[in-house]
Design a protein around this ligand. Structure first.
Ligand SMILES: CC(=O)N[C@H]1[C@@H](OP(=O)(O)OP(=O)(O)OC[C@H]2O[C@@H](n3ccc(=O)[nH]c3=O)[C@H](O)[C@@H]2O)O[C@H](CO)[C@@H](O)[C@@H]1O
Ligand SMILES: C=C(OP(=O)(O)O)C(=O)O
Length: 426
């Protein structure tokens, strides 16, 4: 199994390109199923989750063309999905279990073909993550849905019909699934208490380019006027705000100066504000963000995770790593996932002072962490261990890094380009 080895002590300096967002490209790839023609997606990050999604689409019968020459090398990386030959409506357990976002084929398959069978994704390290809101949403659009032998089985006689869907709680995935389904439903749908994440806006932009009639994406209420068919389109995926935030935290922790290219600062207000609170100078211009720490140690910050525009849960572990070496103490409250403190034990192996009480973690900064062997437990936990390793004394060896490859493109090359001593070993 591969591991990442980080030698602490380097001050990060330089420029790093930001890739397309995992959480935007996955729903967009699923949305291509709704079209009657090929859809061309660019700025596709080279991630394990993207490979899984293309396998899933290919298994349904879609034609997939990957621009092998350029994928992973920046804005020219592309995937074309041709949904015309789709002949299976079943998303099997073998793929869904490795990537929860697979459940996002439910809405498109149901709306386009009238039936879908999608394996239940099951829980994962960060929480139980049920899909009841996805199911209720499909039912509100007129689908018959049952859960049988671990599969969600959904069908509709003819087309889905538009309806009012009020989500009990804010869910990114349920909003995306229902939004996609509503695009081909008969009549108008209104999604209330919808998630407002930038990735929802990016998905809506892609659907609109395919001919969908959507208003209000990015707000809590989204209106969709269903259309009979969607056509082919071209869409460039939004920049990854979580990858961007991870590099900025790395710069802050090491006292360095890092400039992000191809970033999307407008989607990062909560994270940028916390970095300024931690003592960083943050300069934003166009698609570039520069963070300069001027060699200082960061100050600890308090964090409450919340749906967008609140502080993203996907940045919680990285800010915890920063608080571990910051001046003072910070209180972190994780409100989205019930078990998203798996990184705490591993950070403690490096000498971090963290006390967890339920959903709250109190982190007291220490002068120096010490390198140690640690284990990645989920995607962002893995990132937090790299960050801690960058400032620890000596070598940190991170095991189970397959989590990292789900969501970060060329992470060790990008960190090495900023001056980090980091390598992948078998
Ligand atoms: C691929 C993708 O975009 N993943 C992101 C997405 O995950 P995902 O879409 O799975 O997250 P949700 O927004 O749906 O989950 C938020 C909360 O709602 C709960 N819930 C959700 C659906 C449901 O039917 N019932 C229910 O109770 C979840 O268990 C969780 O506690 O948003 C999360 C919250 O910003 C991010 O951490 C993930 O990176
Ligand atoms: C939790 C995450 O992703 P997913 O929903 O794909 O598991 C994440 O990106 O941090």
């Amino acid at each position: 199994m591969q591991k990442i080895v980080v030698e602490g002590g380097a001050v990060l300096n330089g420029e790093v390109p930001i890739s397309g967002a995992k959480n935007a490209v996955l729903p967009i790839l699923c949305a291509t199923l709704l079209a009657d023609e090929p859809v061309e997606i660019s700025n596709v990050p080279h991630l394990h989750d993207v490979v899984t999604t293309t396998k899933l689409l290919a298994g349904l019968g879609a034609g997939i063309t990957i621009d092998q020459g350029t994928i992973g090398k920046g804005s020219e990386s592309g995937v074309v999905v041709d949904p015309r030959a789709v002949n299976s409506h079943i998303a099997p357990y073998e793929l869904v279990k490795t990537m929860r976002a697979s459940v996002l084929v439910l809405g498109p398959l149901l709306a386009k073909f009238g039936d879908a069978e999608v394996s239940l994704p099951g829980g994962c390290a960060i929480g139980s993550r049920p899909v009841d809101l996805h199911i209720k949403g499909m039912q509100a659009l007129g689908a018959d849905v049952s859960v049988d032998h671990g599969f969600i089985k959904a069908s509709v006689n003819g087309r889905l019909r538009g309806g009012r869907v009020t989500f009990d709680m804010v869910s990114v995935g349920a909003t995306e699934n229902v939004l996609m389904a509503a695009c081909l439903a008969q009549g108008e749908s209104v999604l209330e208490n919808a998630a407002m994440e930038p990735e929802i806006v990016d998905l809506a932009d892609c659907l609109i380019a395919m001919g969908a009639k959507i208003e209000g994406a990015g707000n809590g209420r989204i209106h969709v006027q269903g259309v009979e068919r969607l056509h082919g389109a071209r869409h460039a995926v939004l920049a990854d705000r979580i990858e961007a935030g991870t590099f900025l935290v790395a710069a802050a922790m090491t006292g360095g100066r890092v400039t992000l290219r191809n970033a999307h600062p407008a989607s990062m207000d909560a994270v940028l504000a916390k970095l300024v609170e931690a003592g960083a100078e943050v300069i934003v211009g166009g698609d570039r963000i520069t963070l300069d720490m001027h060699g200082k140690r960061p100050r600890a910050v308090d964090i409450n995770t919340a749906p967008h525009p609140g502080f993203p849960t996907d940045m919680q572990a990285q800010f915890m790593a920063m608080n571990c070496i910051a001046e003072g103490a910070g209180v972190i409250r994780e409100t989205i996932f019930e078990n998203r403190y798996m990184h705490v034990q591993e950070l403690q192996r490096l000498g971090a002072d963290i006390k967890v009480d339920g959903h709250t973690a109190i982190v007291r900064g220490v002068e120096q962490l010490t390198g140690a062997p640690v284990m990645a437990t989920d995607l962002r936990a893995s990132a937090s261990l790299i960050l801690a390793g960058l400032v620890a004394d000596g070598e940190t060896v991170i095991d189970r890094i397959y989590h990292l490859d789900r969501g970060y493109e060329n992470i060790e090359e990008k960190f090495a380009g900023l001056g980090a001593t980091i390598r992948r070993i078998d």
